[in-house]
Design a protein around this ligand. Structure first.
Ligand SMILES: [Zn+2]
Length: 513
């Protein structure tokens, strides 16, 4: 039997995903995601766009240093400065890649770059040649390829492969392509580009019409050997192709695609949860593969079918993507060892001191709440990992509210060992708390979204508050967790304020494919 084609999974959660509004991550969060991607065994991590800001540069550099199991890529426009920055940032990677892009469609040529076709080819070739000076592994993307004249695309791709590009990426930058048309374009390039066998064809699809995954899969059928994607389909506007959907489609229907990936699928669910928690961008309940309802069978007839023979209604098993199968884990009297085993089974790797800190928090929670579920533990771990970036931390909180009282809150926050206390009134207890936090920190973002949900069943369940705030034109998401919903609200708001402080000033980001 002939061997299946191995499709290269190029993850751009940290670059394309991170640039979507409200999803920016700090350095420790980016490293945490990079570690999860390495455990997931993606082939390439696109770690950022080094020229965009000093923060981006540092993140790419740190990820290059730490991640040894994947290729680490840095994005650059086809200009000297960009490529120089990218080259410096990935210098210490085990396997560095520079990803150079240049817009090629007539609309971009005319309105964005104001250059003729010959000039575009020259810029692209120069960029690839310069990048080759830093690493053998160079990827080139003709931005907006799906709206570029196919004949011109052939010229650009031929010239950049000749200049040394080892991967040519065909982006559907604006999510405009239709599956059969996009598949046609890949076949056309394979037929017309004379040196196409010297490079891997990659695709990068956006989801504006909900077709990112369909277009990517069609491109694989047409001969693409690499797909660019993100965890949970995160990305600009409607997002990118979702990694979990592409990987599970290839796995579940390997009979159809005759292709496979190197992904450790059991790490999909933990990675999805981590990215959702860090970015505050919830996964919709009915999202394919990783949504809460993806494996839930409500209808009686389906339930009966699944219980008697699973495959009647399930094409994938929840454990294949790492959904924890036993839900109830710990009570008040469970020990460290049980917790450690549980955490490992959930896909996390914690250092001893981290484990100890989480253990203490679980004990505190178990005093308030009879049963501790996987979801509770997951949330505590995520909170603990996120706490590293805390500027202000919550020390104490007291509120009075009721139908006749004026809602009042007293809040104590600490920063670098110094505690500050203030009080305020508001329209309700949460409003009063937010006002008090604003008085202490001096930061008063506009609250643009607030949602509350119970993390597990039962009236002693933890409340999870997710908020979105706007501050000086930028959006930030954060969440907070507690068995007390006012406290959860306070934690979410404080997390958002910490995020504002650590993110620094608003950045002007150049457009990216
Ligand atoms: Zn993109």
């Amino acid at each position: 039997m002939a061997e299946k084609r191995r499709i290269i999974i190029f993850d751009t959660t940290l670059r394309d995903g991170e640039q979507s509004p409200g999803c920016s991550m700090n350095l420790s969060e980016k490293l945490e995601v990079a570690r999860a991607l390495e455990a997931l065994r993606v082939d390439v991590i696109e770690a950022g766009f080094p020229i965009a800001s000093p923060g981006d540069f540092e993140a790419v550099q740190a990820i290059s240093q730490e991640v040894r199991g994947c290729t680490v890529a840095a994005l650059a426009r086809s200009t000297e400065k960009d490529i120089e920055r990218a080259g410096e940032a990935v210098r210490n990677a085990a396997r560095p890649r520079i990803h150079v892009f240049c817009a090629t469609s007539s609309i971009h040529r005319k309105y964005k770059l104001k250059r003729a076709k010959e000039e575009i080819i020259r810029m692209s070739v120069d960029g690839v040649r310069q990048a080759k000076g830093y690493t053998e592994d160079v990827e080139f993307s003709p931005e907006d390829a799906s709206r570029t004249e196919p004949e011109f695309l052939v010229d650009v791709v031929t010239a950049t492969i000749e200049a040394g590009a080892t991967t040519v990426n065909i982006p559907d930058t604006v999510g405009y392509a239709m599956p059969s048309q996009f598949g046609w374009l890949i076949r056309y390039l394979r037929e017309r580009v004379p040196n196409i066998d010297q490079a891997v064809i990659s695709v990068h699809c956006h989801n504006d019409l909900g077709l990112a995954v369909a277009n990517s899969l069609e491109a694989i059928r047409a001969g693409a050997g690499q797909v660019e994607c993100t965890i949970n389909g995160l990305g600009e506007r409607a997002g990118n192709a979702a990694l979990e959907e592409i990987v599970m489609a290839l796995k579940t229907r390997s009979d159809f695609f005759d292709a496979d990936t190197n992904i450790a699928t059991r790490r999909i669910y933990p990675a999805s949860r981590l990215v959702a928690t860090i970015t505050g961008m919830h996964v919709q309940r009915n999202k394919a593969v990783v949504g809460e309802n993806a494996f839930a069978h409500e209808a009686g007839v389906h339930q009966h079918g699944v219980l008697s023979h699973r495959e009647t209604y399930e094409i994938m098993r929840p454990e294949d993507i790492g959904v924890p199968s036993s839900r109830l884990v710990l009570g008040k009297h469970s020990g460290r060892h049980a917790l450690k085993k549980r955490i490992e089974a959930m896909g996390y790797r914690l250092a001893d001191d981290q484990l100890e800190a989480v253990f203490k928090r679980v004990k505190v929670l178990a005093d308030k709440k009879k049963d501790v579920y996987d979801a509770d533990i997951e949330a505590l771990i995520d909170q603990h990992l996120g706490a590293a970036a805390e500027v202000w931390s919550l020390q104490a909180l007291q509120t009075t509210a009721g139908s006749t009282a004026i809602p009042t809150a007293t809040v104590s926050l600490a920063q670098e060992g110094k505690t500050v206390t203030d009080a305020a009134t508001g329209d309700g207890p949460v409003d009063a708390v937010y006002e008090a936090i604003g008085r202490i920190t001096g930061i008063r973002p506009t609250l643009t979204d607030y949602s509350l949900r119970a993390l597990t069943g039962g009236k002693d369940a933890q409340g999870e508050v997710t908020i979105e705030v706007e501050h000086e034109g930028r959006r930030f998401r954060a969440r907070g967790l507690s068995t007390d919903i006012v406290e959860a609200s306070a934690r979410a708001y404080l997390a958002a304020i910490n995020r504002i402080i650590t993110s620094g000033r608003a950045r002007e980001r150049p457009a990216q494919p």
